[in-house]
Design a binder for this molecule. Structure first.
Ligand SMILES: Cc1cc2nc3c(=O)[nH]c(=O)nc-3n(C[C@H](O)[C@H](O)[C@H](O)COP(=O)(O)OP(=O)(O)OC[C@H]3O[C@@H](n4cnc5c(N)ncnc54)[C@H](O)[C@@H]3O)c2cc1C
Length: 499
């Protein structure tokens, strides 16, 4: 009997949900599905490493991955104690207000202790820790979850199976990587979490449904990362260094972050990840000399000074698929029995570090929609997929707007392929107001904290207008009578590309 036939037998009695992809979005979706289905199967085309290591299906995993505070809080809600486990495994506790030196276009921000804390680690460690929690560490464990959830690794989903009328997806066709035979597995709900290169649009077209329209906003960011040994003799009062770009003419930027060491195999207690970025096709070089030279040309040479004598532990890894890409499933006609989330729907420019937090928020939306569905009658489940995709689009509207608005500052008219359109007075006012808050945050810890809270999705953008900040902004504008340097370009190209 094949592993698929065994699984089909195991799920014969009881409801079954199947997740395509065991990236962060797939794992978190699987976690909330445990609240609603008796059996969960996660199908992953990679063989999964036993230790925190890179794998081919997520080539971005060697790049720096910072989790936002909101994301960390959701992970803790889904897996109580996970943050402490990460720290015990070597992750570094980082207070985003106290432990980080930010070099922004307006200056250097103040630092003070806060509760805006995350466990900084590599993406490899984070994914491994979540996966370990989800599978109960030991498949033979007596934890009920270990029996209810199974990851079918080295298995690729090839297409969707539907009922005769093609109105409901009832399963998937699978291929075991070690055996080219195609087999089938049925499920009551399928969640596509197969990432930026998801085949769902193609599968839908094969079934006679339209592929979703897409919005693509591409600031042509180059993302490069190199791993270093942290010098043991270095005395530093920071755990991360950020050097920001300054639109529209200084696109180069970078971040140096402290992450876990290389145990259990190695001896390093801590390592550094240096990521260098630039917008507008100014791609950082991947050769030894060119990479360091690029670091020296940032608006502050502090990253270069920190790493110039540090011992590299890896080659320079480069990644260029960084466009913001939104597949509008919320506007599409979908068969029943399937939903999509994570990068498969909202793929963000990774520079803003929102992807994993967006995946965590998506899992909560799925949980909420499934709770609502079970409360209603059976018939109410008709239209569940569309209901979920609309709720998802609503929940990720703010991070999407924030990433794409910032990226517009880097778009050339060639990128946008369209005419330039003047923003209205309200947008101009908002931009100038935000610039004033940024300026204020250089001297005012409260404004700085609010900026961090917004960036980390802990507070909504309206927090910029809370009375104590608005009053200080007014006083600042009146006292200095100066306009801050224009941070965003005063045009707004239309960048929507419809398929
Ligand atoms: C360079 C870079 C840096 C980033 N930095 C950050 C950061 O600092 N902070 C942050 O929050 N986010 C960051 N992200 C984004 C983050 O990696 C993702 O948004 C997040 O992990 C959610 O991805 P996902 O799980 O939807 O997809 P993925 O991580 O791409 O996972 C998809 C999974 O599906 C599997 N799969 C695909 N097709 C099939 C199939 N047909 N059958 C079976 N399995 C399949 C793949 O093997 C893979 O395991 C970064 C991304 C990039 C590219």
């Amino acid at each position: 009997m094949s592993k698929f036939q065994e699984r089909q037998q195991a799920i014969a009695n009881g409801s079954h949900a199947l997740v395509i992809g065991s990236g962060i979005a797939g794992l978190l979706a699987a976690r909330v599905l445990l609240n609603h289905f008796e059996h969960i199967t996660v199908v992953e085309r990679d063989s999964l490493p036993e230790q925190p290591q890179p794998r081919p299906g997520v080539p971005q995993s060697v790049q720096s991955h910072g989790l936002l505070v909101r994301g960390q809080r959701i992970l803790e809600q889904l897996f109580p104690g996970l943050s402490a486990e990460l720290i015990a495994t070597g992750a570094i506790s980082v207070d985003w207000s106290a432990d980080i030196l930010y070099f922004s276009p307006m200056g250097t921000a103040p630092r003070c202790a806060s509760d805006l804390i995350t466990s900084m680690c590599s993406r490899n460690l984070l994914e491994w820790a979540i996966r370990s929690r989800l599978t109960g560490y030991d498949p033979r464990s007596d934890k009920p979850e270990a029996y209810r959830l199974q990851i079918l690794e080295a298995t690729q989903v090839k297409k969707l199976l539907t009922d005769e009328r093609k109105s409901r997806v009832i399963g998937v066709q699978l291929r075991d990587r070690d055996n080219s035979q195609l087999e089938e597995l049925t499920a009551d709900l399928i969640v596509d979490a197969s990432g930026r290169n998801s085949s769902l649009p193609k599968w839908l077209e094969e079934l006679g449904y339209p592929a979703p329209s897409e919005t693509v906003i591409d600031a042509s960011l180059g993302y490069t990362t190199r791993w270093y040994e942290r010098p043991t003799d270095l005395q530093a009062d920071w755990k991360m260094l950020f050097v920001f770009p300054k639109p529209p003419h200084e696109p180069r930027c970078g971040v140096l972050s402290l992450v876990e060491g290389d145990s259990p195999a190695g001896t390093l207690r801590e390592r550094w990840l240096l990521s260098l970025y630039s917008f507008g096709r100014d791609y950082p070089p991947t050769d030894e000399v060119g990479f360091l030279e690029f670091a020296r040309t940032l608006r502050s040479p502090i990253l270069y000074e920190a790493v110039k004598n540090a011992k590299p532990l890896s080659p320079v890894y480069s990644y260029r698929r960084t466009e913001n890409r939104l597949r509008h499933y919320e506007q599409s006609k979908l068969p029943e029995g399937i939903v999509a989330l994570g990068d498969a729907v909202f793929a963000f420019n990774p520079y803003y570090g929102q992807g994993m937090t967006a995946a965590a928020l998506s899992a909560l939306v799925l949980d909420r929609c499934l709770h609502q569905r079970w409360k209603k009658s059976q018939n109410a489940s008709i239209g569940f997929g569309q209901h979920f995709q609309k709720q998802l689009a609503r929940s990720l509207k703010t991070p999407w707007q924030s990433a794409t608005r910032s990226d517009r500052a880097w778009l050339t008219s060639e990128d946008s392929m369209t005419t330039t359109r003047k923003p209205n007075k309200m947008i101009l006012f908002l931009r100038q107001y935000v610039e004033q808050v940024m300026l204020l945050s250089m001297d005012c810890p409260e404004a700085h904290r609010t900026m961090i809270e917004m960036y980390h999705m802990v507070k909504p953008p309206i927090a910029f207008f809370q009375p104590n900040i608005a009053a200080k902004v007014l006083i600042q504008a009146w006292q200095k009578k100066t306009k801050p340097p224009l941070f965003l370009q005063d045009y707004e190209p239309s960048i929507t590309a419809r398929r």
